[in-house]
Design a protein around this ligand. Structure first.
Ligand code: A3P
Length: 293
């Protein structure tokens, strides 16, 4: 892929959103100093990033959890390579939580000391594709597609922010032993949010009371996040980035299996064949339907 797309900027073989990426961060990423208590949420786009940002903000910051502070989730758990509000990461107090879509080979080298933690959230890629299709059509900084077919072509060629989904997940999975990383799926979070929050707390070595866990679960539920101005990104997408449709929401449906409302049988079968070919040696469990175990 060349560097000339209006929307994408390719750096070291990986596509960033051109006008949001902070070059000074990605060019100096190797030397970005990692602290032992840093936590990185890593995702391919549309896999549940904002959800996990909210969950970790609620777990780590009492004022976020008990609503005594009105600080946006994106300032609690900022995007690393898209530092939207230009926060000074060097001066940020610990613990720092970052969200990132970076591939394994572009993250700060200090993460390999295995002290800092990485939470990798993955989602079934048919739902990612569906979510990404709507999101790209909504946001002015993304290339719109007139049909799922058209977007599927870009997605399967990796001509989207985040490049090829198969490369992202494979890279992280195959290099998991180089990092202190926990893989969790969007679908597990959806099916058992409390259990997932407890699992995350365990990984992060955060011992919350049952009451605090309840508060996290309540405020991380889709409908509550959707109406929570700290967590729904509305101000950011409408006023800071810009949308093509003022009614469009970042928190769109939040379900498992919406791809069934968008894919034809032929598209679904084609996707299955490509998925099987690319993923047969990756034992991560994928859930495509709400009714699956
Ligand atoms: P949909 O477009 O399928 O609704 P990301 O933050 O990585 O861009 O992912 C966005 C997707 O996560 C959107 O999917 C969004 O609705 C969903 N999402 C965000 N918060 C959620 C929550 N609390 N519960 C379930 N899904 C959530």
């Amino acid at each position: 892929m060349d560097n000339t797309s209006t929307y994408l900027f390719n750096f070291k073989g990986y596509n960033f959103e051109r006008s949001l990426v902070k070059m000074e961060i990605i060019e100096n990423v190797d030397n970005f100093e990692i602290r032992n208590d840093d936590v990185f949420i890593i995702t391919y786009p549309k896999s549940g990033t904002i959800w996990t940002q909210q969950i970790l903000s609620l777990i780590y910051f009492e004022g976020h959890r008990n609503r005594t502070e009105n600080i946006q989730t994106v300032d609690r758990a900022p995007f690393f390579e898209y530092n939207l509000h230009d926060l000074d990461f060097i001066k940020m107090p610990s613990p720092r939580i970052f969200a990132s879509h970076l591939p394994y080979y572009l993250v700060p080298k200090g993460l390999k000391n295995k002290k800092a933690k990485i939470l990798y959230i993955y989602r079934n890629p048919k739902d990612i594709l569906t979510s990404f299709f709507h999101f790209s059509n909504l946001m002015v900084l993304f290339e719109a597609s007139d049909s799922i077919e058209n977007f599927m072509e870009k997605f399967l060629e990796g001509k989207v922010l985040g490049s090829l989904w198969f490369d992202h997940i494979r890279g992280w999975y195959e290099h998991r032993h180089d990092f202190n990383i926990l893989f969790m799926s969007y679908e597990d979070m959806k099916k058992d949010l409390r259990g997932s929050v407890l699992k995350i707390c365990h990984f992060l070595e955060k011992d919350l009371s049952a009451e605090d866990v309840d508060a996290v679960v309540k405020q991380a539920a889709f409908q509550n996040m959707k109406s929570d101005s700290r967590a729904n990104y509305e101000d950011i997408i409408q006023n800071e980035i810009g949308t093509r449709n003022s009614e469009g929401k970042f928190l769109r449906k939040g379900t498992i299996g919406d791809w069934k409302n968008h894919f034809t049988v032929e598209q679904s079968e084609r996707f299955d064949r490509i998925f099987l070919k690319n993923m047969k040696d990756i034992p991560l469990k994928f859930v495509w339907d709400m009714n699956e175990d």
